[in-house]
Design a protein around this ligand. Structure first.
Ligand SMILES: Nc1nc2c(ncn2[C@@H]2O[C@H](COP(=O)(O)OP(=O)(O)O)[C@@H](O)[C@H]2O)c(=O)[nH]1
Ligand SMILES: [Mg+2]
Length: 212
């Protein structure tokens, strides 16, 4: 892993793109805010979608997570391929008090994920949100676990409101991503690319056109 060329590189070793997916109202934006709120790092206004950046250390590595959230267009089922492109991790969110948000993950969202994901190794995590509303629960923990097992996903229940398990969602996902060699490679390549972008004056003109 070479970030030796740039002390300015950084403040992080690996950079990953994470997506939040699921029906409108399940709490995707709340989860993101709940996760980010302990920190001041946040940016980027709406560009069709919202994304926020969070730096944290997991497994001894300094990570930069760029977490993309839909800007409500999931209501119309019109997320585009660019939303999915180059994601290393996807968080599939449902509301434990609304069963249809759970069944829609199988019926709708996983199909889109399969269609658009550019990296087939992309790590998926199933998250049942709003466990604080226990008296209104409509999907059991066992059902969540069973669906996750069926697909080989990681599973967690959480509450964006109480922050129970919120940080764990993102940390567990990051740990899983780091165990997949192809994703680890993408994560470190993204860091190098960013160094090129930030410090052009110290480097020869890029010969291999990157990105796009
Ligand atoms: N009780 C409770 N309400 C939540 C939780 N997460 C989100 N909400 C509420 O659910 C509604 C939809 O949340 P939002 O984050 O906008 O969902 P999104 O459409 O998936 O982004 C809002 O009124 C939130 O305050 C939670 O963990 N517990
Ligand atoms: Mg939202």
């Amino acid at each position: 892993m070479g970030s030796s060329s740039g002390q300015s590189s950084g403040s992080y070793d690996l950079s990953f793109k994470i997506l939040l997916i699921g029906d409108s109202g399940v709490g995707k934006s709340s989860l993101l805010v709940s996760f980010i709120s302990s920190s001041v790092e946040d940016l980027a206004p709406t560009i069709g979608v919202d994304f926020k950046i969070k730096q944290l250390t997991v497994g001894g590595k300094r990570l930069k997570l760029t977490i993309w959230d839909t800007a409500g267009q999931e209501r119309f089922r019109t997320l585009t391929s660019s939303y999915y492109r180059n994601a290393q991790g996807i968080i599939l969110v449902y509301d434990v008090t609304r069963r249809e948000t759970f069944t829609n993950l199988s019926d709708v969202w996983t199909k889109e994920v399969d269609l658009y994901s550019t990296n087939q190794d992309c790590v998926k995590m199933l998250v049942g949100n709003k466990v604080d509303k226990d008296s209104e629960r409509d999907v059991t923990r066992e059902e969540g676990m069973a669906l996750a097992e069926e697909h080989g996903w990681t599973f967690l229940e959480c509450s964006a409101k109480t922050r129970e398990n919120v940080v764990q969602c993102f940390e567990e996902l990051a740990l899983k991503i780091m165990k997949v060699p192809s994703l680890l490679e993408e994560g470190s390549t993204a860091v190098k690319r960013n160094i090129l972008k930030q410090k052009p004056e110290h480097l020869p003109a890029s010969s291999g056109g990157c990105c796009s």
